[in-house]
Design a protein around this ligand. Structure first.
Ligand SMILES: [Zn+2]
Length: 305
């Protein structure tokens, strides 16, 4: 926790300075920890600026998500944050299979956190509960840990539409999309990518939009405010790649429709610069189309023809 607190003032955000630390074991069993603040990816800061929304999304990558993107492996890691996570980050934390979350108690006293208290209590915490993430409040000076949510032992969340993953042995020329053995045939929006592990082994990942882990379409709660309980396909791919310690090949990302504004910003944060989009007119909402135009006009993102 202290690591995150030590860097929080480095956040480029003028008002909402947030930091997080992720700690766990990498694939070789070695301990790792890294800390990140919320930040604007260089390309967005330099070519679009920090005062412009990308579609309806801020151009920042939140600290929790930045940690997941930077970690060698996120599965079973612990995450320490200076502030209670927003529902979008909590969905990412769940998909990345982080199991323990520590929040600095001082984070609960900040003004903007108080304004968004409902989002945390009514959405973030419900997402954590369904995904099986234990949440603790840390009192650093007092060396005290207050449980907010403890997951019962043996709890295993349902995953309605698991990520499809298979070893990729085919070529990776322009025909890679045709070579995908796509399990997503029932006409729902999905995304696919080729990713590689540290040893260079390649995998095809594909995912449809999905309720946050532990929810099903039937059991999903009614969302409140601007957030949704659904995790979009590209966010699932990015978080799942982090979970396994894979890196998405920047050249090989496919989406059946235009991603949402938040997915596009996260892609930039994950250093993906090129995307194949099947139906460039179709998107969940107008903001995706607007964000895509902003990012391609600024030459941050290329849409493959
Ligand atoms: Zn967040």
């Amino acid at each position: 926790m202290q690591q995150a607190v030590d860097i929080v003032d480095d956040s480029p955000h003028p008002t909402n300075k947030i930091a997080a630390t992720i700690a766990g074991k990498d694939k070789d069993g070695k301990d790792f920890s890294l800390s990140r603040t919320n930040f604007w990816p260089d390309d967005i800061r330099e070519k679009i600026g920090t005062n412009t929304k990308i579609g309806n999304s801020s151009g920042t990558i939140h600290a929790e998500t930045a940690c997941i993107l930077g970690a060698p492996v996120s599965e079973n890691a612990a995450l320490f944050v200076t502030d209670p996570p927003c529902p979008n980050c909590m969905k990412n934390i769940a998909e990345a299979q982080i199991k323990t979350l520590y929040i600095d108690h001082k984070g609960f006293d900040k003004d903007w956190v108080k304004r968004n208290e409902d989002d945390f209590e009514h959405m973030s915490m419900r997402i954590a509960e369904h995904a099986g993430i234990s949440v603790y409040e840390i009192w650093r000076k007092e060396e005290k840990l207050v449980p907010i949510l403890e997951v019962p032992e043996g709890y295993a969340p349902v995953i309605e539409k698991p990520l499809q993953m298979e070893s990729h042995k085919g070529n990776t020329d322009k025909n890679w999309i045709a070579s995908l053995s796509l399990a997503m045939t029932n006409n729902e929006p999905f995304a696919a990518a080729i990713a590689h592990d540290k040893l260079g082994n390649r995998y095809t990942l594909s995912a449809a939009a999905h309720p946050a882990i532990g929810y099903t379409s039937q059991s999903m709660d009614t969302p409140e405010g601007k957030y949704s309980f659904i995790l979009q396909p590209i966010n699932r791919l990015i978080m799942s790649a982090a979970r396994y310690g894979f890196k998405i090949d920047a050249e090989y990302l496919y989406s059946s429709r235009v991603p949402t504004a938040r997915e596009l910003v996260n892609m930039v944060g994950a250093s993906v610069t090129k995307i194949h989009i099947d139906d460039k007119e179709d998107s969940r909402d107008e903001n995706g189309l607007k964000a895509l135009k902003q990012l391609t006009d600024a030459k941050i993102l290329n849409v493959e023809q």
